[in-house]
Design a protein around this ligand. Sequence first.
Ligand code: G1P
Length: 297
Amino acid sequence: MIKKAVIPAAGLGTRFLPATKATPKEMLPVVDKPAIQYVVEEAAAAGLSDVLMITGRNKRPLEDHFDRNYELESALTRKGDAERLLKVQESSELATMHYVRQGDPRGLGHAVLCAEPHVGDEPFAVLLGDDLIDPRDPLLARMIEVQGREGGSVVALMEVAPEQVHLYGCAAAERTGDPDVVRITGLVEKPDPADAPSNLAVIGRYVLDPSVFGVLNRTEPGRGGEIQLTDALQELAGDEKLGGPVHGVVFDGRRYDTGDRGDYLRAIVGLACEREDLGPGFRKWLRHFVADEMAGD
Ligand code: G1P
C-alpha cells in the first residue's frame, strides 16, 4: 500500500513575477483555491494520507494554508457562515502534512532526495505542483495500480506536439498488453527536437521505487546543471536488479501546466466553466465575450 506523497515546492516561480515576489507560486488561485490544494486533494483522493512538501525560503504560506486557522474559524462560526467555515477547514483535513526545506535547490532529483529520510524503504508518489490534473480524470490511482502489479517505478506520460518535447522529460517506450501502459526503455531530459526518442512527455506524476534514492545519490548534474530525476529513472529503466523496471501510464485526460501563464488562464476558465456555483453565469458571459471577439476579427 502506497501511503506517502512527496510534493516538491521550492521553485522561485519567476515566470509569474511580480505576483510571486512575496507569494509562493503554488498559492496562486485557480478559481478560488490555491493551485497546490488541487494537488494535495489529488494525492488524498488516491489514498495518500501522508504528504511531504519540499519547500524553500518564503514558503511559510503553504504551511499556514494546510494548517488550522482558529481565528478565522471562530469568526465564521460566530457569523453562522457554515459554508465558508467548511472551506477554511477542508485544506487542513486532507492529509497529514510534513515539510522539509531544500536549502540549496539543485534540481528536481535533489528535491526528491530530500524526501529520503521521511520516505524510507517503501514505494512513494511524487506530484509536481505545476501540473494540475483535472479531478474528473483520475491518473494517480491507475499509476499506483500498475506499480502494484509490475513493481519498479511508474511515470505519467502524455503525447505532446513535437515542438513541445524540449520542455519535458521524453520517453522511449514499448507497448504492453494494456493500451494505456508502456514499458520505458529510455528517458531523456528536455531533448532537442532532433534527438527526441518520441513525443511521449513525462508529466509531473511519478510512483517511485525507493531504489531511486541510491541512484540519485550518485547522479551527476545533468541538463541545466541540475540533478535530474529523469536521469536517475533512465538508469533504473535499464536495470531490473538496480530497481527497475520503469513503466509509463499514458494519460489522455485534462491536464494544465499552471506554471505557464497561458495554461494557467486556460485552467481557470476550464475549471470555472464546470463549477456548479459559478459555471452557468460564467459560461454565458464567455459566450458573449467570444462572440464579440469574433465580430471584431
Ligand atoms: C520537470 C521534469 C521533467 C518533466 C516536467 C513535467 O521539469 O524535470 O522531466 O517532464 O517536470 O512537468 P520542469 O517543468 O520542472 O522544468
